[in-house]
Every structure is written in C-alpha cells, then in structure tokens.
Write a protein that binds this ligand. Structure first.
Ligand SMILES: NC(=O)C1=CN([C@@H]2O[C@H](COP(=O)(O)OP(=O)(O)OC[C@H]3O[C@@H](n4cnc5c(N)ncnc54)[C@H](OP(=O)(O)O)[C@@H]3O)[C@@H](O)[C@H]2O)C=CC1
Ligand SMILES: CCCCCCCCCCCCCCCC(=O)[C@@H](N)CO
Length: 333
C-alpha cells in the first residue's frame, strides 16, 4: 500500500515537472549595448520599434528598400541617443527577393556592430480586396514579403545566435493572423504562416536560450495603413472598426517589452487579449499566470467570439444586399 502511494507520488511529481518546465520564464535581454536589427525600420511600426530600442541604449541596424527614407529615419532616431557611442546603421535591401543578398548585408552589419542580439521582422505590406478582385500575383507577392521576408533574415542570424546561446527573434503578425476576415484572403495567410513558423522555430531554439515572439497588432496608424485604407472594401472597414486604431509608438512599446522578456505572444488591448487566449492552441507559454488564464478563460472567450462572428456575418450580408440593390437600380436606369 505504502509502495503504491510512493509510486503515485513519484508519478505525480514527474507529471508536475513536465507541466511546469515549459512555464519557466526566460531571463530578460539587456538592451543597453545590444545590436538590434529592425527590418521595415524606416516607417510605421518598425520605425517606432527602432526608436524604442535606441532609447534603451541599443545599437540599431535599419533594413528597408528606399535609401532616402532610411537616411531620413536614421536622423530622426539619432535624436533619441542616450550615449555618444550609439550607432544607427542603414541597409537598403529587399528582404523578400534573394536570400544570398540578405545574408551578405547581415554579415556586413554584424562586422560593424557585432552579432545580432535581437532581430525584429517588421517589413511587410497589406493588400485588401475581395478574393476575385485581387490579382493572382498579389498572393505570391504578399507571401514573399510578409513570410519569406521574415524567414530569410532569421535564417541569416540563427547560427550565430545558437553559437552564442542567446538571442531574440520577433515576427510581426497581425490580428488578421489570428482570424481570417473579409478582404484579407491574400494577407491573412501570410500572417498565419508566421505563427506556424515561429512555433516550430521556438521549439528548436529554446534549449539554446533563444526566444521567439509573435506580435499581433490591431489596425495601427502608419503610412502603410493609410495606403491600405485607400482601397479597402467597405466590409473590411466596418469589421475592422470593431477594434480601435492604435498608435505605432504604443504597439512598439508593448512589442519591445514582450521581446525583451521572451514572451511568445505579444498583443494589445482587450480584444487583443481575448484573441491571444482564444488562439493560444498549442503555442508555447512563458509564465504560469499566462497558462492559467488560457485554461480558465478559453471557453468564455469562445462564447464572446461567437457574438463577434455573428456581427461580422451580418455586416457582410447587409453590404451584399445593399450592393445588389444599387446594381439593380443602375440596371433599371
Ligand atoms: N499598420 C497596421 O495596421 C498593421 C501592420 N501590421 C504589420 O506590421 C508591419 C509594419 O507595418 P506598417 O508599419 O504599417 O508598414 P509601413 O508600410 O508603414 O512600413 C513598412 C516598412 O517595411 C519596409 N518594407 C516593405 N517591403 C519591404 C521589402 N520587400 N524589403 C525590405 N523592406 C520592406 C518599408 O520600407 P521600403 O518600402 O522602403 O522597403 C517600410 O520600412 C507589417 O508587417 C504589417 O503587416 C500588423 C498589424 C497592423
Ligand atoms: C473574443 C474575440 C474577440 C475578437 C475581436 C476581433 C476584432 C477583429 C478586428 C480585426 C482587425 C484587423 C486588423 C488587421 C490589421 C492589419 O494587419 C492591417 N491593418 C495591416 O496593415
């Protein structure tokens, strides 16, 4: 009897250890003196992320295509220096085209500023429209920029990070990478893809003390967002209004904090919180409180989510009826 009890205790202890081991929080990354690479660093969220890291004492490499925009942003960032050693390096490259090119420029950056401590994959773009209205080439282009454009820089830095047994890699997904919405047939899959990639990569690199973060920002006031809004279908606009437009500085602050702490999930606001719990699936956890919240809240958030889905369906239906009506009146004219 005693033996049985002892065996049960051992089994319980082993099970507990298995459950708790993935919950151990990593040691925060120290930003002062660190080398942070930000792709898409010349505009919007990427620019604010670069400023946030620079303010905390990091050395920055900005990556984007347009050189004059890069130089202008470099000047802007340099206003926030906290010591006279800090450097902002600019590199013009398309992250989505040629892997060899991306590898070369990252090698150059590491020769100048040392090995990369944190890579933030922010380069990306959105095209919205009804499925049949989008050109087929959009699907390839968005996958290339948003997905492969994050894989290539990560591939170029991972070996050194593993050797050094430290590092952070951040992927900027989107709330549209947590649920598919009207108008986002080309964009959403690229952001979902980042999540799958990040989960697989995190499992590989965790024993090397490298932590991966996926950020899911809501609509954010940036030049990219302004551009996207010009051609957005009415349905997408109305559905998106469910959650408010954020400031890029705010998104950047949260993202950098989560990346430093090594949190897998980075979200903002109350719907961001609900979505992240609801879509946590088999993604890694980085704290016991996070795990508990997922276990307790998932069911109730699903119920709330069903109301959201109902309202989205009704928006789409109303827009369709409206459109058909106006088409009919056009015909009778
Ligand atoms: N704004 C929003 O509402 C949201 C945005 N996001 C995501 O956040 C990221 C940043 O968005 P946002 O700040 O709005 O975008 P912006 O359009 O304002 O900035 C995009 C940046 O990426 C660079 N970039 C674009 N394509 C490439 C490329 N092929 N190679 C290298 N650099 C490139 C741009 O520079 P250049 O053109 O000179 O190359 C620019 O620096 C994107 O991944 C976006 O999907 C996620 C959720 C919401
Ligand atoms: C319990 C569940 C709550 C669910 C709330 C859902 C709210 C949905 C709003 C979706 C907004 C879409 C953001 C896309 C942003 C983006 O990536 C583009 N702007 C890129 O430029």
């Amino acid at each position: 009897m005693l033996l049985l009890l002892a065996a049960a205790c051992v089994v319980a202890l082993v099970l507990l250890l298995y459950m708790v081991s993935p919950l151990i929080s990593p040691k925060p990354l120290k930003l002062p003196g660190a080398h942070v690479v930000v792709t898409g660093g010349s505009s919007g969220i990427g620019k604010c992320v670069a400023i946030e890291c620079y303010k905390q004492g990091a050395f920055i490499t900005l990556i984007a295509r347009n050189e004059s925009k890069l130089l202008q942003t470099k000047k802007e960032i340099e206003k926030y220096s906290v010591n006279d050693k800090q450097v902002v390096l600019c590199i013009s490259v398309d992250v989505s085209k040629d892997y060899g090119h991306v590898e070369n420029v990252l090698k150059q950056a590491q020769e100048k500023l040392g090995p990369v401590d944190m890579l933030i994959n922010c380069a990306g773009t959105a095209i919205t429209g009804k499925f049949e209205d989008l050109e087929v080439s959009c699907f390839e282009r968005l996958m290339a920029v948003n997905y492969l454009g994050s894989v290539y820089p990560s591939y170029a830095v991972i070996a050194t990070m593993k050797e050094r047994r430290m590092g952070r890699i951040v992927f900027v997904s989107s709330q549209a990478g947590q649920l598919g919405l009207f108008g986002y047939t080309a964009y959403s899959p690229t952001k979902f893809a980042l999540r799958g990639f990040a989960e697989a990569l995190q499992m590989e690199v965790k024993p090397y003390n490298i932590y991966v973060t996926v950020a899911y920002p809501p609509d954010t006031d940036t030049p990219g967002f302004a551009e996207e809004s010009k051609t957005k279908p009415l349905e997408t606009k109305l559905i998106s209004e469910t959650s408010s437009v954020c400031q890029a500085e705010q998104v950047a602050r949260v993202l950098v904090k989560d990346a430093i702490q090594g949190n897998f999930n980075s979200f903002m606001g109350s719907d961001g919180y609900m979505l992240s719990i609801l879509t946590s699936g088999m993604s890694p956890v980085t704290s016991i409180t996070e795990a508990l919240q997922q276990v307790v809240c998932m069911g109730i958030f699903r119920i709330i989510g069903l109301f959201y889905l109902g309202s989205f369906d009704s928006i789409v239906r109303r827009c369709m009826i409206q459109r058909e009506k106006s088409e009919n009146t056009d015909k009778t004219k």
